[in-house]
Design a protein. Structure first.
Ligand code: SF4
Ligand code: ZN
Ligand code: ZN
Length: 309
């Protein structure tokens, strides 16, 4: 590989979307710089924020924790803590919780763990089984609703002013495409990098302009431990099909994911106007966009008696 684009060292990675090659040190700096730029661009934090980071134990969230820890050292009045939600997925989550705990210990960050079982009296596995005949929605849909609610409860309990999640460029472009494929164009209005809701701790996404492959390489270079096995429910989700499709396109035409994201940024004001015109609201249970009062996933969970308002 050629030399680093910004110093004399040998490059270890070529970012095809930008045409830049980086050595180990400059690559790590470029990721950290991009996160810092995203934080500034969207005014995600104030210097005195108490920030809760949602840490699942996967590569994205542990990388985010390490990057925010680094950035936070320049803001001595801010505080960082980590929250892990154990959804109750047999054979999968225990390892992730352990990895999240070890990362927090290394970084000297307070770590709080809550489980679905403790908050709702059941595991995700129980929900998936009970909902099978009822709604036909994917495990990920229920998981998303319940985890968002659990994270919000946890963030409120610890008095956090911001809740940082590790949604990457890949997650965001997948959601954009999923909403388009499912005819939910107005739903895109609720995809801001900073999300505010009356009943929710403000959610921010500092990795929204970093591709997933780069968070993985960052974790690898920094020798950060993360869970590499994937959730058993992932295979059955439509999101997984969209992920494979986008990755294929990105290989053929580097920069596709950034192009989708930039297009989304440009159409966002019109989408927001459309959402307002059709009266798209926040679900009164989970805060996700819905045309009625309560979203479909919450309706099913309420019917099953598995969710309190
Ligand atoms: Fe939950 Fe789906 Fe992620 Fe598994 S893949 S943890 S079910 S959202
Ligand atoms: Zn370099
Ligand atoms: Zn809902």
């Amino acid at each position: 590989m050629a030399g680093c684009s910004t110093c004399d060292r040998e490059a270890v990675i070529l970012l095809k979307h930008s045409g830049q090659s980086f050595c180990k040190r400059c690559f790590a700096r470029s990721v950290e710089k991009r996160v810092q730029n995203t934080i500034s661009k969207y005014n995600m934090f104030t210097p005195t924020d108490r920030i809760a980071v949602a840490v699942s134990g996967g590569k994205d969230s542990v990388s985010l924790l390490h990057i925010l820890r680094k950035i936070e050292t320049s803001f001595p009045k801010s505080e960082l803590l980590a929250i892990t939600i154990d959804e109750g997925i047999a054979g999968y989550r225990d390892e992730a919780v352990q990895i999240a705990a070890e990362n927090c210990k290394k970084l000297g960050i307070e770590h709080i763990v809550h489980s679905f079982k403790e908050l709702y009296d059941y595991d995700l596995d129980d929900v998936v089984e009970a909902a099978e005949d009822k709604g036909g929605l994917s495990a990920c849909t229920y998981c998303g609703v319940l985890r968002r609610k659990a994270l919000n409860v946890a963030a409120k309990r610890v008095g956090a002013e911001k809740l940082a999640t590790a949604h990457t460029l890949d997650d965001e472009t997948q959601t954009i495409l999923l909403n388009l494929l499912q005819g939910n164009v107005a739903w895109l209005a609720h995809m801001e990098p900073v999300l505010e809701g009356e009943r929710f701790v403000r959610r921010v996404k500092p990795l929204c302009e970093v591709p997933e492959a780069e968070t993985a390489f960052y974790a690898f270079l920094k020798k950060v431990e993360f869970q590499s096995s994937t959730c058993p429910y992932m295979r059955s989700s439509t999101r997984n099909d969209v992920r494979a499709f986008l990755n294929g396109l990105e290989t053929k035409q580097p920069g596709t994911k950034f192009a989708i994201y930039r297009s989304f940024e440009r159409i966002h004001p019109s989408v927001r106007a459309l959402a307002d015109s059709i009266g798209l609201k926040e679900c009164n249970v989970c805060g996700e966009p819905t045309a009625g009062q309560t979203c479909r996933a919450c309706q099913v969970l309420l019917e099953l008696g598995m969710l309190n308002r």
